[in-house]
Structures are given as structure tokens and as C-alpha cells.
Design a protein around this ligand. Structure first.
Ligand SMILES: [Zn+2]
Ligand SMILES: [Zn+2]
Ligand SMILES: [Zn+2]
Length: 355
């Protein structure tokens, strides 16, 4: 059966080369099977075989014999066939992908190596991934190597139980360390991405909050509106109502808060302050702006010749995300500023009418 396969493969390789002269080289495979081939073709595709062909034939032998041992005979057959027609079937890839990868590396056939790297990476299993990973490292196939690392990371619980992993652990502790390090970094990357996404969501919420604040100060929403706008009937909810309702509750709190009125710090008031200040940092029409304290915050920022770096960064991120976390100014600074502005608060808050 094996031999039949081998014959049909090599025959088809030869038939595509029907205009070629008689084969002038024999490839000797494991098990003693010989595959006839043409030195000119082999030399053209593989620089390593070219090099071998340059060496003088041993004294006394009429034909050159090149041994390719250590891989199954049919794998060698598929390799030689590839040198003729640059084709590798799915079936060959399925059966001999790993061997073809090794052969393409050893004999410097980059197109086949690339194809095998892809083919083998599509056929990775929990059982073979550690072996393929080691092979990819030996054959200098970085794409395949990375794919294996990712697979090991993704299915580590199962991979850890395989013979391949246990063998590698015993014989190549450096590689084990390398893999574990990669997994560690992958975990941090994941956490970093998760944090970034979370931050991005916060910036976006903040940006929406600012939009709602402006809309409340301009025309009013369900429960809060500008003092000079009379509403005959209760305004209906806007299309960002989930956020808008939160901002309205913060405004109501700020107006009614007893802690603020008695000059004590209050975290909900602080949040509203931050929102008002953030608005002022972004607002580009302070003269006609209806948001309370917009001009005062702007004026104060100018007095201080610019705002501190952390705040600037926040403003930038909210603007660009149309998108942080907890508006985190250093606490003491925030409280000082809060006290400073407190005096002006009562007047400014008369801007709001609570329905
Ligand atoms: Zn609204
Ligand atoms: Zn409060
Ligand atoms: Zn403004």
C-alpha cells in the first residue's frame, strides 16, 4: 500500500516533467526506497540540493544518490514532487505537513515552508501543539511558533496534561519558562486591554454627561431646567435619558445638599463640580454659555496660567473619546478648590429651576 502510493506520487511528478531527459539522480529514503529525479530541477528550487549536486560523484558510481532519511518515504516523495510542480495537496499536508516543514527548512524551499507553516497551524491540537511548537522553533518558523504559543495559552489546562508537555518540561525547562512567561504577558495584555476598554467607556459616559448638562441648561429636561424658561408642561425625556437623569439627580443634589451649604466636602457634590469644570475646559463659547460657573472656571484657569497636567489629559481624553475614570484630581487640591468656589456656588445654582 505504502509502496503503491509512493509509486503513483513519483510517477505523477515525473509525468509533469515529460520533456525532461532521463532522471540522473536518485533520492534514497528511509526503508531503502529510491526516487528517481532530475538534478537540474532539484538544483533550481533548492539551493541546498544545488550545493550537494555541485560535489563530485563518488568514485566508481555512475549515478548520484542523495539520501533524505529520518522522515517517511511518502513525505520525501511529496517533497520531491513539490520541487517539480510547486503543489502540495491537502491530504499531503494533513499526513506529512510536519515532515514537509522540516524538509522545506533543511533544503531551503521558502514557499513550501510558508505553506506548511500555515497548513500545520490550521491543524494544531491539544495533543500535538507542544511538539509542533518545538519544531517551529527548530525550523525557525516564527508565525507557526506564535500560533502554538497562543494555542498553549488558550488551552493550557488541557495541554498541561499531555505527554508532549510533560516531556518538554523534563527536557527543556528553558522553553517551559519561555512559554510561561509568554502566558503571563498575554494575561497582562488582556488586563490592559480590558482596562482600556473600561476607561474608554467612562470617557464616553463623561462626554455624554457633558452633552446632557448643556442640554439641561439650555432647554431643560424632565426634572431640571434653566430658571428663566417657563414650561407649560413637563418636558419629555431626551434620547440620552439614562445619562441625563443621572446628571439631573446630581444637579438637584448640588442645589439641595446640606453638607455643601455648611461647607463640608461631599463626594456627590464633587462629582457635579468636576462635571461643571470639565464643561468649562471644553466649552468654546463661554460668553453665551448657559452652564453655571463656565466663565468663572475659565477665568480661574487663565489666572493659573493653564491647568495641571492631569486635568488637561482628562479633558483631552474626554474630547477625543468623545470619552476615565474617577475624575481623579489629587484629593487635597480638589477640596481646596471646592472651598474656594463654594462662595460663588449659591448664586450660580440659582440658574437651575427644579421641577
Ligand atoms: Zn435630557
Ligand atoms: Zn452634596
Ligand atoms: Zn460653557
Amino acid at each position: 500500500m505504502e509502496d503503491n502510493n509512493h509509486n503513483s506520487t513519483s510517477t505523477s511528478a515525473m509525468s509533469s516533467a515529460s520533456e525532461l531527459p532521463e532522471p540522473d539522480v536518485q533520492i534514497l529514503t528511509s526503508g531503502g526506497v529510491r526516487i528517481p529525479a532530475h538534478s537540474s530541477i532539484l538544483a533550481m528550487v533548492s539551493p541546498v540540493l544545488d550545493n550537494i549536486m555541485e560535489r563530485p560523484v563518488k568514485h566508481g558510481s555512475s549515478e548520484r544518490v542523495i539520501p533524505i532519511l529520518g522522515v517517511p518515504c511518502d513525505a520525501v516523495s511529496a517533497f520531491i514532487k513539490y520541487l517539480y510542480d510547486s503543489m502540495c495537496t491537502e491530504e499531503q499536508m494533513e499526513k506529512y505537513g510536519i515532515h514537509l516543514l522540516v524538509l522545506s527548512h533543511v533544503y531551503l524551499v521558502p514557499q513550501l515552508k510558508q505553506q506548511c507553516s500555515r497548513g500545520v497551524s490550521q491543524r494544531l491540537t491539544v495533543e500535538n501543539v507542544v511538539d509542533v511548537l518545538q519544531l517551529a522553533r527548530l525550523c525557525d518558523a516564527p508565525d507557526l511558533y506564535l500560533k502554538c504559543l497562543k494555542q498553549v495559552t488558550a488551552r493550557f489546562k488541557a495541554v498541561e496534561q499531555t505527554e508532549g508537555w510533560k516531556f518538554m518540561q523534563e527536557h527543556d525547562p528553558w522553553l517551559e519558562l519561555h512559554i510561561l512567561r509568554f502566558m503571563d504577558e498575554a494575561e497582562s495584555r488582556k488586563k490592559r486591554r480590558w482596562r482600556q476598554r473600561k476607561e474608554q467607556r467612562l470617557y464616553l459616559q463623561l462626554s455624554d454627561g457633558l452633552e446632557c448638562l448643556e442640554h439641561i441648561c439650555r432647554e431643560g429636561c424632565t426634572t431640571v431646567g434653566p430658571y428663566d424658561v417657563e414650561t407649560a408642561k413637563k418636558p419629555s425625556p431626551c434620547d440620552k435619558y439614562a445619562t441625563c437623569q443621572g446628571v439631573q439627580m446630581l444637579i438637584k443634589h448640588l442645589v439641595l445638599c446640606k453638607r455643601r451649604a455648611s461647607g463640608v466636602g461631599c463626594c456627590r457634590c464633587n462629582r457635579m463640580w468636576q462635571l461643571l469644570r470639565l464643561h468649562s475646559s471644553i466649552c468654546d463659547h463661554p460668553d453665551s454659555c448657559r452652564v453655571p460657573l463656565c466663565r468663572q472656571f475659565k477665568w480661574k484657569a487663565q489666572q493659573k496660567m493653564g491647568e495641571d497636567a492631569k486635568w488637561k489629559l482628562l479633558v483631552k481624553k474626554v474630547c477625543s473619546a468623545k470619552a476615565m475614570s474617577s475624575l481623579s484630581l489629587p484629593k487635597r487640591k480638589r477640596e481646596e478648590e471646592l472651598k474656594e468656589t463654594m462662595g460663588r456656588t449659591a448664586n450660580a445654582l440659582k440658574t437651575f429651576r427644579l421641577y
